[in-house]
Design a binder for this molecule. Structure first.
Ligand code: BES
Ligand code: MN
Ligand code: MN
Length: 456
């Protein structure tokens, strides 16, 4: 066994301890009460980057949460890698559904449980373990490396674009590497060459000037909650197709070869559906489950509120109703082109007696990269070395807002080498990361830097 692989083996338990230390910091970007924890987490990651030998380590303050930057440029004539990840996490609520505390990481049955274990601290720390291993064994890295770890990914990466633009010259690179996606299954490594974009909106319906007695006024005036249901129900038809005029205009049809490639993947559809807990699949007619989640757009209500939702009953005709409605987008849909279309449509659907407004809460374009690029082939070799089998080439349904920005600001090939699994419960109670994924991912990252150094 070579020295690098030996170092990776000998230090695997300590790598888990390093990750646990980061997981103990509740860096919940969405909640103002955790603002100081988010900052503390940035400082913690920065100190770790220094400790493993990265240089120019900086906690960059923004109008939102800080960005951690570090570099190591000691490999002249070798490629420069820009590694991106996020140290912020989703809120842990509902707390009562966690078996162990979200910010007290615990290993059970070979899996590490904590908020952020997989998304994305666990996947960031795989790279930090890989970097440390190279530094210790070889006195340096096989490539030049620039690291950007942000604290606002889970809330839409609002202040990252400014940072990337302001530092554009310093952030020159040859390839972008991100580990914040999934494997095709346990022991089935994957590279993701596409992600869906997102348009997240809020529909607000205002009716009567104040709440009314539903006996006194009910039946004589339009109820905003009923009106909102009418609007929301009309956004999708019974075949799962979105009815917003022009919504599909820019959807790029799937080339036949890609359709066949997706069909031949070892995607565990039964396992996926089982994991969802839904008794039957439902989606756009004429498409497979894989197509529905990876290459077709969708629209979902994420939350809805109006009137009385407490215990028992209250006879009231609410004056206000609202819904959070998100759309996942695919190439070449443009969220900015869709906002006015949706706005006009919900206004047109609104029955008389209510006023409807649409708010664009955040959006990110879809992402697609060249799957055969030599840089991706290097990633394929790295995964093959680490897992003993070639990775599947997949697309995914989630969104990483910065990916489209990188394409705009850098125009580089992007390696999305992720190790999540469908049952990792990301964004939900009992988030976990399999230690097999964590250690395999660390090894993959270590080999990736070597393989990238071998690209022409
Ligand atoms: N790591 C995920 C993105 C992801 C999830 C990629 C599943 C592939 C598969 C990321 O942290 C995330 O949750 N993104 C948000 C973005 C949103 C808040 C703008 C998402 O997809 O909802
Ligand atoms: Mn993530
Ligand atoms: Mn996430």
């Amino acid at each position: 066994m070579d020295a690098l692989s030996r170092y990776l083996d000998e230090n695997r338990d300590r790598f888990v301890e390093d990750l646990k230390a980061a997981l103990r910091i509740p860096s919940v970007s969405a909640q103002p009460a955790h603002r100081e924890d988010v900052r503390r987490c940035a400082e913690h990651v920065a100190r770790h980057l220094e400790a493993i030998g990265m240089t120019q380590v900086e906690v960059v303050h923004t109008l939102g949460h800080p960005i951690v930057y570090a570099e190591w440029l000691g490999a002249p004539r070798k490629p420069t890698v820009l590694l991106y990840g996020h140290y912020d996490v989703q809120p842990p609520e509902p707390l009562e559904l966690w078996t162990s505390q979200p910010f007290e990481p615990m290993v059970r049955d070979g899996k590490l449980y904590a908020r952020g274990a997989c998304d994305d601290k666990g996947q960031v720390y795989m790279h930090l373990g890989a970097i440390e291993s190279h530094m210790k064994v070889n006195g340096g890295l096989p490539v030049n490396l620039k690291i950007v770890i942000e604290g606002e990914e889970e809330v839409g990466s609002d202040h990252l674009e400014t940072f990337l633009r302001e530092r554009r010259k310093d952030l020159d690179a040859d390839v972008i590497v991100v580990s914040d996606t999934s494997m095709l299954g346990p022991d089935l490594p994957a590279l993701s060459y596409g992600l869906r974009g997102i348009l997240y909106t809020q529909i607000e319906v205002v009716g009567p000037a104040r709440d009314l007695h539903s006996g006194e006024f009910g039946g004589a005036v339009m109820n905003p909650a009923n009106a909102l249901c009418t609007i929301v129900a009309a956004l999708k038809d019974g075949d799962g197709r979105i009815t917003i005029p022009g919504f599909y205009d820019r959807v790029r049809p799937l080339p036949r070869e890609e359709q066949e490639a997706l069909r031949s993947l070892a995607f565990d559809e039964a396992g996926f559906l089982h994991e969802s807990g839904s008794p039957v699949p439902f989606g756009e007619k004429g498409y497979s489950t894989v197509e529905r989640i990876w290459v077709r757009p969708t629209l979902d209500v994420n939350g809805m509120w109006s009137g009385y939702t407490g215990e028992g009953s209250k006879t009231v005709l609410p004056s206000f109703a609202a819904a959070k409605v998100s759309m996942r987008l695919v190439p070449d849909q443009d969220p900015l082109d869709l906002v006015p279309r949706l706005e006009a449509y919900v206004k047109q659907l609104a029955p008389p007696g209510v006023t409807v407004t649409l708010r664009d809460l955040h959006h990110a374009p879809p992402f697609l990269t060249e799957p055969d690029h030599p840089m991706l082939q290097a990633a394929r070799r790295a995964l093959e070395r680490a897992w003993g089998k070639a990775p599947a080439m997949i697309r995914e349904g989630g969104s990483i807002p910065v990916m489209a920005t990188f394409q705009k600001t850098h125009g580089l090939p992007c390696i999305l080498m992720g190790f999540g699994l469908h049952d990792d419960q990301v964004h939900a109670p009992n988030e976990k990361f399999s230690l097999t994924s964590f250690h395999g991912g660390t090894r993959s990252a270590a080999y990736l830097y070597e393989e990238l150094a071998r690209t022409p």
